[in-house]
Design a protein around this ligand. Structure first.
Ligand SMILES: Cc1cc2nc3c(=O)[nH]c(=O)nc-3n(C[C@H](O)[C@H](O)[C@H](O)COP(=O)(O)OP(=O)(O)OC[C@H]3O[C@@H](n4cnc5c(N)ncnc54)[C@H](O)[C@@H]3O)c2cc1C
Length: 369
């Protein structure tokens, strides 16, 4: 009987696919990554609070120890003596991943190739691609989600260079709330790389994408209001990330779903990079040791907290800014940031719960939608 062409087929060479491939490149498993792009561009930045090590630490462009929230109660600044908010540049990430794959004799990356359907055979999968079929013992599907989430984080951003030095490059503006332009909670995010260079992003946590026109007008107005002189646009980015508890695409039994379509985004925030790194560690470890990599997305308590939080946001978006302000003002140092990064520590969760006004949460808990 012919043996499968590879041990592991990874469909999609983006954040999740390459994160897994880099880990497997050090193993004895043969791996083939299928990616439609023929070249990689520096198409996004991934920012997150670093709570653990990952193979991409060398790709960090900048890190911060202070961040702010600005709402009707003014500005709340938080800082940390040891927790860092870091930005990984996708260009550096892709280069690092491609180098690691090139250095491995058993891992390959097929660029300019798209996966089509996957057919179950007796003891393997056949993956039909635009460059012909191949077989694999295990398939990890990291292609973008097929399902449309019921709630999401939508954003449009531009990295700009300004004539005048107007940014405080030591402090990230996580959320500066604005009068709603969407059906949800709207805010501006500023990631300052230097006094005259920053990524400025208009963002909505909402049931639907407000659309290009709304976002472009809003972002233009925000950039104009900076009063920064001549503006040079360095880079643009846009995204739509699921914010839904247990959000996963349906895949045939036996296929491993990873990335955004596999619940890679934290439901209450849309942050995904660190969670994808966790999943990559977990799946790589299981595959290398011949185990079934059963990903449990979140524990019961975390799911409950995320569900209730999202229910409060969806049923009363006008309360959203005040809720975030309370969280950032009242939760003890580092605990909220760790919780938002996926911490399951009971003390972190308890601190977050204690920092929120009980009424809307009790209502959402008692009357779930
Ligand atoms: C602009 C932007 C900024 C973001 N910023 C942050 C951030 O600051 N912090 C954070 O935590 N998260 C962030 N995210 C969310 C998340 O981390 C990213 O979306 C991340 O790239 C998700 O990884 P992924 O592998 O699921 O998807 P992707 O990285 O998009 O990878 C999916 C891959 O599948 C490939 N593909 C598509 N069709 C096929 C096919 N038929 N066959 C094979 N492959 C296919 C695509 O070409 C792509 O390479 C951001 C997302 C975006 C879009």
């Amino acid at each position: 009987m012919p043996v499968p062409n590879v041990d592991v087929a990874i469909l999609g060479g983006g954040c999740a696919g390459l994160s897994l491939a880099v880990r497997l490149a050090q193993s004895n498993l043969s791996v083939r990554v299928i990616e439609p792009r023929s070249t990689y561009e520096n198409d996004r930045t991934w920012s997150f609070w670093r709570t653990r090590a990952d193979p991409f630490q060398g790709c960090v462009r900048k890190e911060w120890t202070s961040w702010t929230i600005v709402g009707s109660h003014g500005q709340t600044t938080r800082d940390s003596s040891h927790l860092r908010y870091q930005t990984v540049e996708s260009g550096a990430f892709y280069t690092h991943a491609l180098d690691r794959i090139a250095a491995s004799s058993k891992t390959s990356l097929s660029l300019g190739v798209s996966a089509k359907d996957i057919v179950k055979m007796k003891d393997r999968w056949q993956i039909n691609t635009t460059s012909g079929p191949f077989t694999a013992t295990t398939v990890v599907d990291t292609r973008p989600p097929q399902r449309i989430p019921t709630y999401g984080q939508f954003f449009l951003g531009r990295e700009i260079k300004t004539e005048r030095p107007i940014f405080n490059s030591d402090v990230v503006q996580l959320m500066s709330f604005r009068k709603a332009r969407s059906m949800g909670v709207d805010f501006v995010y500023i990631l300052p790389f230097a006094a005259d260079q920053a990524l400025i992003e208009v963002t909505s946590f909402a049931p639907d994408n407000p659309g290009d026109q709304v976002f472009n007008e809003w972002l233009n107005a925000e950039i104009l209001a900076l009063d920064a002189g001549q503006i040079e646009i360095v880079r643009k980015e846009a995204g739509a990330l699921p914010m839904e508890v247990s959000f996963t695409d349906h895949v045939p039994d036996g296929i491993i779903r990873m990335g955004l379509g596999g619940g890679g985004a934290r439901p209450s925030t849309g942050y995904a990079f660190s969670r994808i790194q966790d999943h990559a560690d977990h799946i790589a470890d299981a595959l290398i040791h011949g185990r079934d990599p059963n990903i449990v997305l979140d524990g019961k308590v975390t799911r409950f907290m995320d569900r209730v939080f999202l229910q409060v946001l969806t049923s009363n978006p006008a309360q959203g800014p005040a809720l975030f302000e309370k969280l950032f003002r009242n939760t003890p140092r580092d605990r909220l940031e760790r919780f938002l990064s996926g911490s399951t520590c009971a003390a972190d969760r308890l601190s977050v719960m204690m920092s929120l006004p009980p009424r809307p949460f009790l209502q959402a808990a008692v009357f779930p939608k």
